[in-house]
Design a protein around this ligand. Structure first.
Ligand SMILES: [Cu+2]
Length: 143
């Protein structure tokens, strides 16, 4: 099990780099996680807190990840007592505003994982903003 240590150090370095990159980009992400599902499930959900550190609006247009066949931005909506999900084509973050993606609200719908993801696994999801900014964010799978 000696090989585990260098791998672990690399992961810490990788997440530090991702954090540094998001600071420069003007949009930062905190508490990014994916809810673990039983193996074989074709859909998972990702959550995070987005913050716009700039003085202009930032618009999230799309997300993608090599770990999933596709990623969509969704919002859970309750209508007539029934919960459903709607695709959000874009999300505008006002200057200095934060937005929380959480169960029951906005989430990243992660379709068809390419491998089984277990608690503790790191997954990178790229957030794509208007203007061409692409922010790679390290999500952690949690129970
Ligand atoms: Cu959804």
């Amino acid at each position: 099990m000696r090989w585990r240590y260098p791998v672990f150090v690399c992961l810490i370095l990788a997440s530090t780099l991702v954090a540094a990159a998001s600071g420069e980009a003007g949009v930062s992400v905190r508490d990014a996680w994916i809810r673990e599902t039983p193996p074989g499930m074709t859909m998972m959900a990702g959550y995070m807190e987005l913050r716009n550190n700039t003085s202009r609006p930032q618009v999230l247009l799309a997300a993608s990840s090599s770990a999933f066949q596709s990623v969509m931005i969704h919002r859970t909506i309750v209508k007539d007592g029934m919960a459903g999900m709607a695709h959000a084509s874009q999300i505008e973050l006002a200057p200095s505003a934060s937005l929380v993606f959480a169960p029951g609200g906005y989430h990243l719908m992660l379709m068809t994982p390419k491998r089984t993801l277990r608690a503790g696994d790191p997954v990178v999801i790229n957030l794509e903003f208007r203007g061409g900014l692409v922010l790679p964010v390290a999500f952690e799978v949690r129970k």
